[in-house]
Ligand binder design. Structure first.
Ligand SMILES: C[S@@+](CC[C@H](N)C(=O)[O-])C[C@H]1O[C@@H](n2cnc3c(N)ncnc32)[C@H](O)[C@@H]1O
Length: 295
């Protein structure tokens, strides 16, 4: 990778993307080719070169003979190295689109996933557009809370997270998007919720088993946002245990989870007295969203 080569002690392992004795080919077309040869996908290479040049992906092709200046080249190299080390593009760009909202993200928050839009869709479909009180537990960047707040200005959303750093990102997003119907509170799951009952509690909590090998590929994201004890069930079960104390009668609980976790969660929901327990498949057909009502 370019950054890795530059950091080599001997300085002999110079790449065509990095500095070297031979004259560098700094034409945009050549830089794209070199980045791909080092392992970046064409899309990532184009997006990073687009950032370095300010050009659209189409213009990178049209302007392929144009040369990149030294400062922009250094920035491009650094970002290629970060991406080659599996850092999510969203952290490099500092932003991620969710529900058509442009969200700021940092390594303090999970990068919002498109699958989570299913939870937003289901919440919007299940509840009336009249004023509702909603709690989003483990709000991270604020993705779910802000999508709901954007779609339903008359709803009042309470967004909870245990991480003050995540809440700072979420608050910043709410302010930048001008969404005033969300209150952010620090604490663990339902603990900071007030006595007044909620119409719905929604959450995309950590649900990956701590020994899941998939965590290695997610190492740039906060572990506290991803992994939970008890094979990934601990936080899901803590939420479904506490939610009845904060839901009105008939109130809705929506939980995103892993694609093998639905049966145990359905059994736990039924055992605790929830009604109308259903699981919704995501676009890939995986059972990823459980819904239940407190009778
Ligand atoms: C999977 S991330 C979800 C982030 C965001 N809701 C989304 O869908 O992109 C889980 C979030 O739960 C938060 N979290 C972890 N443990 C928590 C706890 N005990 N109480 C509240 N939030 C917690 C993490 O800080 C993280 O922001």
């Amino acid at each position: 990778m370019p950054g890795g080569d530059e950091k080599s002690a001997s300085g002999t392992a110079r790449s065509a993307v990095g500095a070297g004795n031979v004259a560098e080919d700094t034409r945009l077309a050549a830089l794209l080719q070199q980045a791909c040869a080092r392992g970046l996908s064409r899309l990532d290479a184009e997006l990073l070169l687009g950032r370095a040049t300010g050009l659209s992906r189409a213009m990178l092709i049209v302007d392929g003979e144009r040369r990149l200046g030294a400062a922009a080249l250094a920035g491009f190299r650094t970002e290629c190295a970060r991406r080659l080390a599996d850092e999510p593009l969203a952290y490099i760009e500092g932003r991620k689109e969710f529900w058509s909202l442009d969200l700021t993200v940092s390594p303090d928050v999970l990068v919002p996933r498109p699958e989570t839009e299913l939870l937003v869709e289901r919440c919007l479909a299940a509840l009336p557009a009249t004023p509702q009180r909603i709690a989003d537990l483990g709000t991270g960047s604020g993705a779910i809370a802000l999508a709901l707040a954007h779609e339903r200005p008359q709803w009042s959303i309470t967004a909870v997270d245990a991480s003050p750093a995540a809440l700072a990102v979420a608050r910043g997003n709410a302010a930048r998007l001008g969404l005033r119907n969300v209150q952010f509170v620090e604490g663990s799951w339902c603990e900071p919720l007030w006595a007044e009952p909620f119409d719905a509690i929604v959450s995309n909590p950590p649900y990956v088993a701590p020994d899941d090998p998939a965590l290695a590929a997610l190492r740039h994201e906060p572990l506290a946002a991803l992994a939970a004890p008890d094979e990934g069930y601990a936080d899901l079960l803590a939420i479904l245990d506490a939610a009845p104390h904060h839901l009105r009668h008939g109130g809705l609980l929506l939980l995103e989870h892993g694609n093998t976790q639905a049966p145990r969660l359905a059994a736990a929901l039924v055992a605790r007295g929830y009604a109308r327990v259903v699981c919704h498949p995501d676009l890939a057909g995986h059972a990823r969203l459980s819904e239940a009502h407190w009778p």
